[in-house]
Design a protein around this ligand. Structure first.
Ligand code: PLP
Length: 392
């Protein structure tokens, strides 16, 4: 079997917890979703968590809850999954990108500051900026937050990679430096619910909007009903256009059970990263550089080939790894380079650091169940490639 770049762990305890739900009265909305929301919010020290059926849904609803609509601008990083940008388009907003810092591969704070200054002159300041914690390494959130105070934009952290990470010793998800933080529970991410996501916030009003928008725009709270209750016995009203984006009890049971192992997972990921770091230090590779105030959850372990060597080396390494049973991956094709985004007017050369990064990066296997022997195999194959290369 191929060693994947990431995969989930499902324990017998997880299965037992899911079974209990399957035999219970509630499969959709019930006590376990609420428990899961509290568990994640407590872990991150955030006031509210609203579970949804994916991070993509959570990003969409987060944008709506912050009032994004047509004519507004949303900025994110080009080095991400397309969902970080699509959420703005769902709301009819315009999107743009801020190039990455070549050391952290996260949104560059200097580029952001420069772009904001220009946007201010042109009266095109963004309503929302979405920093993405690429590979699990937190962005420089304090610096981004400081800019948001100057330029008056909202912040949604796309923390799809970063549950379990922290910044300045504060857990990602605390929303200390943002309005909303979004997690993904897709099976390749840090913990899983099959498919799922969550939006966290400390603002009660935003939390209410998130909840209502993810459940058809329906309210059961009489005080927020726009007119008299329609009917005294069946008391709910749709007061805005919402969606059915809710997580169900079955998924929440899996997530709640996985939360118990979150810290263990992140420490195992650190162990693997440390091993890779130590093994690759003599090779012409750049291993993931860490911002001093950041503690990564190491969702990914991206290595970069030093720029001065062979153009085709990325593809060669990728092919050799695959031939040896190692399913390395590539994160990410810069979002603006996808045909759909090119059809919106973006083109090659727009965000040069992200494009350079994409041409030299490879994601190596990184997940808690990865065995020491498998890590050794990855290292051995990579070392062999460079030995061959050196002797040419
Ligand atoms: C996985 C991912 C998403 C989307 O998550 P889903 O839960 O699959 O919708 C969004 N942003 C980033 C950065 C991701 O890696």
């Amino acid at each position: 079997m191929m060693i994947p770049y990431g995969r989930q762990e499902i324990t017998n305890e997880d299965i037992e917890e899911v079974k209990k739900v399957l035999k219970s009265d509630f499969l959709t909305q019930g006590p376990i979703v609420t428990k899961f929301e509290k568990s994640v919010a407590n872990y991150c020290n955030a006031s509210y968590g609203v579970a949804m059926n994916s991070a993509t849904s959570a990003l969409h609803i987060a944008c709506l809850a912050l009032g994004l609509s047509s004519g507004d601008w949303l900025w994110t990083s080009p080095n991400t999954f397309v969902a970080s940008a699509n959420c703005g388009l769902y709301c009819g907003a315009n999107i743009d990108f801020v190039d990455i810092n070549p050391k952290t591969y996260n949104m560059s704070v200097d580029e952001l500051a420069k772009k904001l200054e220009i946007a201010k002159k042109n009266n095109k300041l963004p309503k929302i900026v979405i920093p993405v914690h690429f590979a699990g390494q937190p962005c420089d959130m304090k610096a981004i937050h400081d800019l948001s105070l100057n330029y008056n934009f909202k912040i949604i952290e796309d923390a799809s990679h970063a549950i379990g990470a922290s910044y300045n010793k504060i857990k990602i998800g605390s929303c200390c430096y943002s309005d909303i933080t979004v997690f993904s529970f897709h099976p390749v991410k840090i913990i899983t619910t099959g498919e799922g996501g969550m939006a966290l916030t400390n603002d009660k009003k935003i939390a209410e909007r998130l909840r209502q928008l993810s459940a058809h725009g329906i309210t059961r709270d009489k005080s927020s009903m726009s007119i008299r209750p329609i009917n005294e016995i069946w008391n709910y009203q749709q007061t805005q256009l919402g969606f059915n984006y809710r997580l169900n009890e079955i998924q929440a049971a899996l997530g709640l059970s996985q939360m118990k192992r979150l810290d263990k997972y992140v420490s195992r990921r650190h162990e693997i990263a440390k091993y890779y770091d130590s093994q690759f230090s003599d090779l012409p590779l750049v291993t993931p550089w860490q911002l001093p105030q950041a503690f990564s959850s190491y969702h990914l372990y991206p290595i970069c080939i030093k720029e001065n060597i062979n153009q085709n080396l990325q593809k060669q390494i990728y092919d050799i790894l695959h031939k040896n049973g190692i399913a390395a991956n590539l994160h990410y094709i810069p979002v603006h380079r996808h045909p759909y985004f090119e059809s919106l007017g973006f083109k090659e050369g727009d965000f040069k650091e992200s494009e350079k990064f994409h041409k030299k990066v490879i994601s190596l296997p990184m997940f808690p169940l990865l065995k020491d022997s498998e890590c050794k195999k990855v290292v051995k194959v990579i070392k062999k490639i460079f030995k061959k290369y050196e002797s040419q």
